[in-house]
Design a binder for this molecule. Sequence first.
Ligand code: ATP
Ligand code: MG
Length: 375
Amino acid sequence: MKKSFIYGVAVEGNNFTDREKETRRLKQDFENGQNMILISPRRMGKTSLVRKVQTLVDTKSIVTVYMDIYDCRNEYEFYNKFAASLMKQTAGKAEAVIKNIKEFLVRLSPTLSFGPDPNNELSVSLGITPKDYSPEEILQLPERMAAKMGKHIVVCIDEFQQIGEFPDSLKVQKKMRGIWQLQNNASYCLFGSKKHLLTNLFQSKRMPFYQFGDIMFLQPIPTEDWIPFIRQKFEEKKMSISDALIEKICSTVQNQSSYVQQLAWNVMLNTTKKADEATLETAIEDLLNQNSLLFLQQIENLTAYQMNFLKAVAKGVHTDFTSKEVLSTYDLGSKSNVSRIKTVLTQKELIEKTPNGIVLTDPVFELWFTKEWCE
Ligand SMILES: Nc1ncnc2c1ncn2[C@@H]1O[C@H](COP(=O)(O)OP(=O)(O)OP(=O)(O)O)[C@@H](O)[C@H]1O
Ligand SMILES: [Mg+2]
């Protein structure tokens, strides 16, 4: 059976629900040259949204360049990806890429290659080192290229929190900010999923990227948008599902986009004609099993205190962890111990702070953890 629901990778076309408001806002920002920061928990749909907006802008006046820097470990790895993406994506054919490089990066002799498959993407390896080009020259590229092309360039950088991991990160960030903020023909859409890292990069007054652009926290897709989406997928397979059951799918995973699609798919696999409560129960069990290995890895090295803290949160404690009662009921050690636990679990992205206190980050982890560890 062809998959009706897609999860874990960026989606497009009829696998993408509307997200109309966000699409419109991001598109406007692209068109107005407004710098933009997009933050959300994992697997909520950032990449899909940015990809979608890329297809909507008027290519006569705007060129969008997309890069994912998850694998860049230092400044120059970043510059190489940055420059190569610009060279490639502002050009159509290979000849145009070469022309770009000759024009904008004259001091290089790059290697270009195609994968074995004829449809395979052109791979550009520039090999830029500090001897060839300074950081400033590379960071200026979008502006220079845009001016030359007579278009506006929007540079979209996915998993941007990665720059926080570079050696000498603060210095690198200062250079970037200093140069990018003066550009008139290029703007930036920076996004990623490690919420606590990104929030630190953009919302802390001490940091170079403070107030660099509009910050948008991507919200979950509302249940009323999921209902027609999921119902239609079932109808295409000559199956039916009630609105109430779709609502339960959404609430079970707290509307986290990827899990909604994964759970809906599990439900469909267990349905012959009409999905019902029993189908959903089985589907949820499948969902927990599919993710349990990953969850086990995530808690593998936790200390007893850290586990106890997770248990407290799973059982509904969200604030006042240092009160006598919570400390002793859940065996969390001393007050100062609690703050250390919080730091570690936040870094591991198992918990996060919300206006209502501390919660578990991942809704399915929460279900799994409650079932396995809190009974
Ligand atoms: N607009 C949407 N409509 C329907 N499903 C969506 C939508 N956006 C995201 N999803 C679901 O969420 C999954 C993850 O989407 P995507 O990769 O865009 O998210 P992300 O926030 O970039 O994730 P990551 O944190 O891994 O980078 C998709 O595979 C899909 O199942
Ligand atoms: Mg992504």
